[in-house]
Design a protein around this ligand. Structure first.
Ligand code: SF4
Ligand code: SF4
Ligand code: SF4
Length: 171
């Protein structure tokens, strides 16, 4: 059952890290809602150290962030298990987070007629579909019910056409 306590902070800030980009701050999975996360996290860095996928980084203010450009979160739970301060806490919800893959269609190679299916091929949940369309292009869709927000597609996309976002609630 989802809880407000684990809906991640979605505030955006622009920063430079190798290339210019605007990136959403994504806390590690099962993080408390900000600002409760900021209160609880001691910035010990243990979660970053323990992550076997090496997809967590020390971000702004010394707080941990998930960077999907580095790879996929396997939801192994090691970061949660090592968090002594319970800033990451699986007891409040079974959902690790609410992030979903979002395609920037005007950047996608396949939608411009260039052969590419890296995201669909690499998605462990088979949540991405490419369908032939007129003019030799493909149309691409993400099934939000299947997408776990793991970030694998983000790191695999050669066009940097995918980001993680929290979908807006239906009206
Ligand atoms: S759940 Fe596992 S793979 Fe995902 S961020 Fe935590 S330690 Fe890394
Ligand atoms: S975030 Fe993960 S589950 Fe979602 S579409 Fe990308 S690879 Fe598939
Ligand atoms: S990997 Fe990127 S460029 Fe390739 S089909 Fe997927 S979204 Fe498009």
């Amino acid at each position: 059952m989802a809880s407000p306590d684990n809906v991640p902070h979605a505030g955006r800030r622009a920063f430079l890290r190798g290339r210019a980009s605007a990136r959403t701050t994504i806390r590690p999975p099962w993080a408390l809602l900000e600002p409760r996360f900021l209160d609880a996290c001691t910035r010990c860095g243990e979660c970053v150290e323990t992550c076997p996928e090496q997809v967590l980084v020390i971000g702004t203010g010394g707080y941990p962030e998930f960077d999907p450009r580095l790879g996929e979160c396997s939801f192994c739970g090691s970061c949660v298990d090592t968090c002594a301060s319970k800033a990451l806490d699986r007891s409040t919800t079974s959902l690790p987070w609410h992030w979903k893959a979002h395609i920037q269609h005007d950047r996608c190679f396949a939608e411009q007629g260039i052969v590419c299916a890296s995201c669909a091929d690499g998605c462990p949940e088979r949540a991405i579909r490419l369908r032939p369309a007129l003019g030799g292009i493909q149309t691409i869709t993400v099934d939000p019910a299947a997408c776990t927000g793991c970030g694998a597609c983000v790191s695999l996309c050669p066009a940097t056409a995918i980001a993680l976002r929290i979908p807006e609630a239906p009206p």
